[in-house]
Write a protein that binds this ligand. Sequence first.
Ligand SMILES: NC(=O)c1ccc[n+]([C@@H]2O[C@H](COP(=O)([O-])OP(=O)(O)OC[C@H]3O[C@@H](n4cnc5c(N)ncnc54)[C@H](OP(=O)(O)O)[C@@H]3O)[C@@H](O)[C@H]2O)c1
Length: 289
Amino acid sequence: MSASFSSTPRTALVTGAGKRLGREIALGLARAGWRVAVHYRSSEAEALQTAADCMQVFAQWQAQAGLKANASDASNASVADTGTQIQLQNFIFKADLTNEEATRKLLPQVVSQLGRVDAVINSAALFEHDDVQSFSYANMAQHWASNTGAAIVLAQALHQHCQARGAQAAEAVVINMLDQKLWNPNPDFLSYTLSKAALEAANTLLAQALAPLVRVVGVAPGLTLTSHMLDDDQFQKLHTLSPLGRSSTVEDVVSSVVFAVHNRAMTGTTLLVDGGQHLMKFERDFSLM
Ligand SMILES: NC(=O)c1ccc[n+]([C@@H]2O[C@H](COP(=O)([O-])OP(=O)(O)OC[C@H]3O[C@@H](n4cnc5c(N)ncnc54)[C@H](OP(=O)(O)O)[C@@H]3O)[C@@H](O)[C@H]2O)c1
């Protein structure tokens, strides 16, 4: 499939979009009129489902906006249908972000497949427990590559793509998913926290280096989705632990990402979307409370 730049809709690459927040961000962008390239590593079936759902939502947006739906953006996309499966394969992109070569190929692959990229949402993340006793170079390197290095490589690739296509100022944006715990630290999940702290610093440095073509904005959720370490009751209780009596919902996070993507004056800053959890002091990570 090839597409000429001027006739293609604005396109967002969302990493880790097979499941959870990445999937919801992809759908939120599709509802706002974005075509979405769905990145995944191991969740292929889920990525196909996200791509099908985004296509459907995007086609509805096009219809409401009075635009003719593209033949490839089927409004009744279903992953069960073989023809649709083949189309959907054009919208999903597999890469292990710990592999630099694969990560470097990712955005150019989306450009060659879909014609353009205007936004990168760095949502994929490794979140594995360690602490100062169990810390190792190996674990840190995995977190660094998945959560920090990949986000920088994708920002760099977006900037190069914008230069190559002669983009205008503030035409493209990178959203880095951060975490309220950077402002409310505890020593649990040490490598994860360090990798996100480095990404928060990179958020500023990239905004400086990639202006005027590419804006760079952080979005830092509070406890939004549960983890395998919490049961439902524990999650519900922890979710109320904030000055506002509730942490962030999926809708809060998605609407903040969509806002940051559209607001052409924002760069080098972070939206904390956490019910104020960053104003509190927790001794342990939520998963261990
Ligand atoms: N959930 C929350 O409450 C919360 C709170 C604060 C901050 N955040 C941040 O928000 C973002 C999304 O959170 P989430 O809970 O939805 O994330 P998640 O479920 O922990 O991970 C999302 C996806 O990241 C992908 N991933 C992990 N390592 C990868 C690698 N090496 N290469 C490629 N993909 C990789 C996985 O894709 P596959 O399944 O395809 O392998 C996974 O499904 C993260 O950056 C997180 O730090 C989330």
